[in-house]
Design a protein around this ligand. Structure first.
Ligand code: SIN
Ligand code: FE
Length: 295
């Protein structure tokens, strides 16, 4: 096992690609092994009257991204007609991205729960943010207010810029990150999870798993020497490229680019082909104890 993250290209040009068995296999092994699956020929074409949405002026100036969740668009401004058209574009991407996932990973199909879709019309970097929110630092995704008990965060991204690559840095394997940062994660205080939930800081209980994942997220982002010197590679996603990864497993950092669509899918562990490769299983092996309620 090397600590380098696999970046694997798949030659599909449809949102419901017919794959040969070996390509299907490769897709599963790459994704669940903590790699990034890249589809350089899978674009999300915008209609003529959707080209206007390639502008930062649709952001409401408060939220970082425009998001679409359960039929509601948030973080955008425009007339009712414009917002309806923007919603239709984002909803179309949500449907295509879900189809892609259920086609590439048939085992996931009955479990796919579509979470939010986001449209990111702002430059990937440039806004001043705290180190914890700085996604140009390598991190695995873990959200303070949304504990997930080990469920997976699967994300489908598409670069819809007409002319600019989206550039990421991708770091080392999840296990390497965990081995490095686990020892520095502070202990959860008894009763802490219940208090955070009672005070509505978290939606539901922050399990030991969630606590550790936040610790890895913060530990890596806080450590500038690690950011500069860890095993990493630059990956460029050209315009018209779609890519997928488990963002709770892949160390990623957004370095530049503008205009991206992204679909988040929450996936229960039971959906996985091999749950032993999940962050929960890896952390439980390293810690020698259960870290979330069995499901
Ligand atoms: C992230 O998910 O951390 C950022 C991805 C991006 O903006 O390209
Ligand atoms: Fe992220």
């Amino acid at each position: 096992m090397t600590d380098m993250t696999d970046i694997v290209a798949l030659d599909a040009a449809s949102w419901a690609p017919a794959l040969a068995a070996d390509a299907q296999d490769l897709a599963v092994r790459t994704l669940e092994g903590g790699g990034v699956l890249v589809l350089p020929r899978l674009a999300f074409p915008l209609a003529a009257d959707e080209q206007r949405f390639l502008s930062p002026r649709w952001s409401d100036g408060r939220a970082k991204n425009i998001s679409f969740d359960r039929g509601k668009l948030k973080g955008a401004r425009g007339s009712a007609d414009e917002l309806a058209a923007l919603s239709r574009m984002v909803a179309r991407f949500a449907a295509e991205a879900s189809t892609l996932v259920t086609t590439l990973f048939p085992r996931y199909a009955p479990h796919v729960r579509r979470a939010r879709t986001s449209f990111r019309p702002q430059p990937a970097v440039g806004r001043a943010v705290s180190w914890r929110k700085d996604d140009s630092r390598l991190h695995v995704d873990a959200f303070p207010s949304r504990p997930n008990q080990g469920e997976r965060i699967l994300r489908v991204f598409c670069n819809v810029s007409p002319d600019e690559d989206r550039v990421w840095r991708v770091g080392e394997s999840f296990e390497a990150v965990a081995r490095r940062f686990l020892p520095g994660v502070r202990r959860q205080i008894p009763g802490e999870a219940r208090w955070l939930s009672a005070l509505h800081v978290t939606k539901g209980l922050r399990s030991p798993y969630d606590h550790l994942m936040l610790g890895l997220h913060d530990g890596a982002k806080r450590d500038l020497a690690y950011q500069a010197n860890c095993t990493q590679q630059v990956v460029r996603f050209a315009p018209g490229t779609t890519w997928l990864c488990f963002s709770d497993q892949v160390m990623h950092a957004a370095m530049s680019g503008q205009y991206m669509l992204e679909q988040t899918i929450d996936l229960p562990l039971t959906a996985l082909y091999d749950r032993e490769r999940s962050p929960l299983a890896i952390l439980e092996r390293l810690c020698g104890r259960a870290l979330a309620a069995a499901r």
